[in-house]
Design a protein around this ligand. Structure first.
Ligand SMILES: NC(=O)c1ccc[n+]([C@@H]2O[C@H](COP(=O)([O-])OP(=O)(O)OC[C@H]3O[C@@H](n4cnc5c(N)ncnc54)[C@H](OP(=O)(O)O)[C@@H]3O)[C@@H](O)[C@H]2O)c1
Length: 290
């Protein structure tokens, strides 16, 4: 790891420190997860974002075990899947994640999606948090309204809401609510999964070029500079390094204003407020496809 990759932390609402940048493993094939995560840790990443639904917790765990890094120097995030929310399965699935990861505790565990009996899943997270199996608990894909509800009626206010956030959907209204509730803003899809010509976007490319950086780096820097935790995914080492090298420059007011204009203020990848999307997604969950 070189000095350029020193990753700052943010403090969560329970005092736990979380890195501002991590490595995500959605769509990293289970058989390749160990090698990818080993590469990412070697490149300098210290936070890994996985999920029960990704099917690759075991590979992540193997890479963590063989990394030679101290457990307290790595921040591990996983998520409880919808099919595990009901009854005793919720608590059992936390233990199963720990077992697959080969860990005594995870640093952060999230309710992956706001469907079905997620309150029961969240109560299992609260219990595991009280038992020291999880250092911080939170949610993902929660709209401001759902977040307000769970923050008000659960015992533990979520530490994090992980939501689609990138230059094209900057989530400013949602962020205001998160700030009010003391919930940290974590982005998924920080590179918009490459959609909408992200990597060739002229505004991002120009802002990057001004600082000797790429469009991807400008887009990621924009997020972390706004205090948004980002977890870009790449299976390629050179891109892992590129995405990490964002802490040796700063976007200026002009860059921030220009990138601000890219915000369409609507979902690009997953619209949880759209009944058609929900119908498709619920069908995929129910059939076990997800
Ligand atoms: N909570 C949720 O519901 C949810 C949903 C989606 C994602 N996530 C989390 O967020 C993480 C990141 O989101 P994501 O994986 O969906 O998308 P992303 O990080 O926005 O984009 C990943 C895509 O960009 C490519 N890429 C990465 N770096 C690049 C670079 N510097 N230049 C050009 N191409 C680059 C990758 O290809 P290669 O791999 O081929 O390099 C991949 O196709 C996930 O891995 C997961 O941990 C959570």
């Amino acid at each position: 790891m070189n000095a350029n990759t020193a990753i700052p932390n943010i403090a969560l609402n329970n005092g736990v420190d979380m890195p501002l940048l991590g490595y995500g493993v959605f769509q990293v094939e289970p058989a390749k997860a160990e090698a990818c995560v080993a590469n990412a840790l070697e490149a300098g990443y210290r936070m890994i974002d996985t999920a029960q639904a990704y099917g690759n917790e075991e590979g992540v765990g193997k890479a963590l075990a063989s990394s030679g890094l101290a457990r307290e120097d790595i921040f591990v995030v996983t998520k409880m899947w919808v099919s595990n929310f009901k009854g005793a399965e919720a608590a059992a699935s936390i233990d199963a994640s720990l077992e697959r990861l080969g860990l005594d505790y995870v640093d952060l565990m999230l309710i992956h999606q706001p469907y079905s009996d997620y309150y029961n899943g969240y109560r299992a997270l609260e219990q595991a948090y009280a038992e020291g199996k999880i250092r911080a608990i939170g949610v993902s894909n929660f709209s401001p309204s759902r977040l307000m509800d769970i923050a008000a009626f659960a015992d533990v206010v979520p530490a994090v809401n992980q939501i689609e956030t990138h230059a094209f959907w900057q989530q400013r209204p949602a962020r205001e609510v998160m700030d009010r509730l003391g919930v940290a803003h974590m982005s998924w899809g920080p590179l918009a999964e490459g959609a909408n010509g992200f990597f060739a976007n002229p505004v991002l490319a120009a802002a990057g070029a001004k600082h000797g950086k790429t469009a991807a780096q400008a887009g990621l820097r924009y997020l972390v500079q706004r205090g948004v935790v980002a977890i870009p995914k790449s299976v390629r080492r050179e891109r892992m390094e590129e995405n990490l090298a964002i802490f040796d420059f700063e976007l200026d007011a002009e860059d921030l204003a220009a990138i601000g204009t890219l915000d369409a203020n609507k979902p690009l990848i997953a619209n949880h407020e759209d009944p058609d999307f929900n119908e498709w997604f619920i069908e995929a969950i129910s059939s076990g496809q997800w």
